[in-house]
Design a protein around this ligand. Structure first.
Ligand code: NDP
Length: 410
C-alpha cells in the first residue's frame, strides 16, 4: 500500500512511524503538513530509528487543488488525514477528484462553529460510491477503537446491546500547569461545549461538565469522569442494534477544570474574532499559540491512559455487563515512537485500519463508513500486535443513573 499522511503533529508523528515499522505493508510513505520543519524532524527520526526513507512536502490541505496535485504526484492508495477536523471536507474533495481512498480520526467541524456532526461527511456517501472509493471515518481511539470495541461486543459477546458508557481516563502527568494532550483548539472546543447523551431515541442535553461519576478505571483506579458529548455517540446510536442509552465520560483533574473555567470566563476560549489593537484575532487561536504543542509533551510524561467501553446487554437470555479496554503507558510510547500515549492511541488505529484495507478486510465496498460498520475481528487481532493490547472483563453492573451533579449547577 502507498500511503499519504497529511498532518505532522502529535498523532501524525505516530502514524508515520508506525507505517515505517510495517514496510511489509507500506511500500511508500509520504508525509505532508503545513509546516515543513515538522515533516523534516519526523523524516529524520524515522531514518535514524527505523532506517526507513519517507518522502515529505509542505501542504496547505485547505487548498483542494494543492492536495489534488500532491496526490497525483505521490499516487497513494490511501490518504490518512491527521490534520485538523477543519480540513476533512477539503481532503475528501481531493480524494474524490483523484479517486483515492480516505481515512480520518475526527469528524468535520466548521471553524466558526463548535459543532461536531457527521452529516457533512455522510453527505459524501453517493459520490464516494459512484467514484468506487472508500472513506473510513473516525478511526482514532475515541472515536475509533471505542466504536470497534462496541462492534466487537455486538458481533461476539452479546445478542443485543442495551447500554454503552465510553469511559476515557488519562491518569498521566506531563508536569505542566496546563496543557492539552491533543490539538488545544479542538480539545477546548470539545470540553467547553454543552454536553448531551442519547437515551430511548432522543438526545438529552446537559450543561458543560454538569454531571460526573467516580469510575473505577483498570490499572489507574478511581477517577472522576465528567459526562460530555463525543462524536462517536452519533454513529453508534444508529449502528448498535437494540441500544437504549449511550453516554461518554472523560476524566479531568481539578487543575485542568480550574484553568479551563478561568480561560472561559475571561473569553480566551472564544472562537469568534475580536479586534485587538486594530487587528482581528480569534482568542482560542491565540491561546493555542501560547500552549505547548501536544507533540512536545512526551519527554518525561508519566502515568497511563485507561480507555474503554462498559457495555450492558443480553446474551443467551441473561443480562451481563462487560468492560473492553486498553491501558497505555506514556513512558513506553515515548520510548517507542517519541510520543505521549494520547497521540499514540490516536495514531495506532488508523495504521491498523490501513493494514485492514491493504489486506482486503476493509474497504471492499465503496462508500462512506464509520468504523463500527466494518468487520471488527481482524482489526482487533491486528491492533493488539500494533501496540494497543485490549482486554475484556465482566463487571457486576453498568454505570447506572446520573446522580452526581457539580455544585455550580445545583
Ligand atoms: P496537532 O495540533 O499536534 O497536529 C495537527 C497537525 O495538522 C499540525 O502539524 C498542523 O500543522 C497540521 N495542519 C493543520 N492545518 C493544516 C492544513 N491546513 N494543512 C496541512 N496541515 C495542517 O494535533 P494532534 O496530532 O493532536 O491531532 C490531529 C488530529 O487527530 C486532530 O484532527 C484531532 O482532532 C484528532 N484526534 C483524534 C483523536 C481520536 O481518538 N479519535 C484523539 C486526539 C486527536 P502546523 O503544525 O503547521 O499547525
Amino acid at each position: 500500500m502507498r500511503v499519504l499522511i497529511i498532518g505532522a503533529g502529535g498523532a501524525g508523528n505516530v502514524v508515520a512511524k508506525k507505517c515505517a515499522m510495517n514496510t511489509d505493508v507500506f511500500t511508500k510513505i509520504h508525509l505532508a503538513s503545513r509546516t515543513i520543519a515538522k515533516c523534516e524532524a519526523i523524516q529524520k527520526d524515522i531514518k535514524d530509528n527505523f532506517n526507513v526513507d519517507i518522502t515529505i512536502s509542505a501542504l496547505d490541505a485547505d487548498v483542494v487543488a494543492d492536495t489534488v496535485a500532491l496526490i497525483n504526484d505521490v499516487q497513494p492508495d490511501l490518504v490518512i488525514n491527521m490534520a485538523l477536523p477543519y480540513q476533512d471536507l477539503a481532503i475528501m474533495d481531493a480524494c474524490l477528484e483523484t479517486k483515492t481512498h480516505y481515512m480520518d480520526t475526527a469528524n468535520y467541524e466548521p471553524i466558526d462553529e463548535a459543532k461536531f456532526e457527521y452529516h457533512w461527511q455522510w453527505a459524501y456517501q453517493e459520490r464516494f460510491k459512484e467514484a468506487g472509493i472508500t472513506a473510513i471515518l473516525g478511526c482514532g481511539f475515541d472515536p475509533g477503537q471505542t466504536n470497534i470495541y462496541c462492534a466487537y461486543a455486538q458481533k461476539n459477546l452479546f445478542d443485543e446491546i442495551h447500554e454503552i458508557d465510553i469511559i476515557d481516563c488519562n491518569a498521566g502527568d506531563h508536569g505542566k500547569a496546563f496543557a492539552t494532550n491533543f490539538n488545544p483548539e479542538i480539545n477546548l472546543r470539545e470540553v467547553t461545549q454543552n454536553g448531551k447523551y442519547w437515551e430511548n431515541g432522543q438526545w438529552v442535553h446537559t450543561e458543560p461538565l454538569e454531571f460526573f461519576k467516580d469510575i473505577e478505571f483498570p490499572e489507574v483506579g478511581v477517577k472522576r469522569g465528567y459526562l460530555l458529548y463525543h462524536e462517536e455517540l452519533e454513529s453508534l446510536c444508529q449502528n448498535i442494534k437494540g441500544l437504549k442509552r449511550i453516554r461518554f465520560w472523560m476524566t479531568f483533574g481539578d487543575e485542568y477544570i480550574k484553568h479551563m473555567e478561568v480561560l472561559q470566563n475571561v473569553g480566551m476560549t472564544r472562537i469568534d474574532p475580536v479586534v485587538h489593537n486594530g487587528q482581528e484575532i480569534v482568542p482560542i487561536q491565540f491561546l493555542k499559540t501560547l500552549l505547548p504543542e501536544p507533540s512536545s509533551l512526551s519527554e518525561g510524561y508519566e502515568g497511563k491512559t485507561s480507555i474503554g467501553c462498559v457495555i450492558t446487554g443480553i446474551k443467551d437470555g441473561q443480562e451481563k455487563t462487560v468492560l473492553i479496554y486498553n491501558v497505555c503507558d506514556h513512558a513506553k510510547t515515548h520510548e517507542e515512537v517519541q510520543a505521549q500515549a494520547v497521540s499514540y492511541t490516536t495514531g495506532v488505529p488508523p495504521v491498523t485500519g490501513a493494514i485492514m484495507m491493504a489486506k482486503g478486510h476493509w474497504g471492499t465496498e465503496a462508500g462512506v463508513w464509520n468504523v463500527e460498520q466494518l468487520d471488527p475481528n481482524p482489526f482487533m487481532e491486528e491492533v493488539a500486535k500494533q501496540g494497543l493490547e485490549w482486554h475484556v472483563v465482566e463487571l457486576p453492573n453498568g454505570l447506572g443513573e446520573l446522580t452526581q451533579r457539580r455544585a455550580k449547577y445545583e
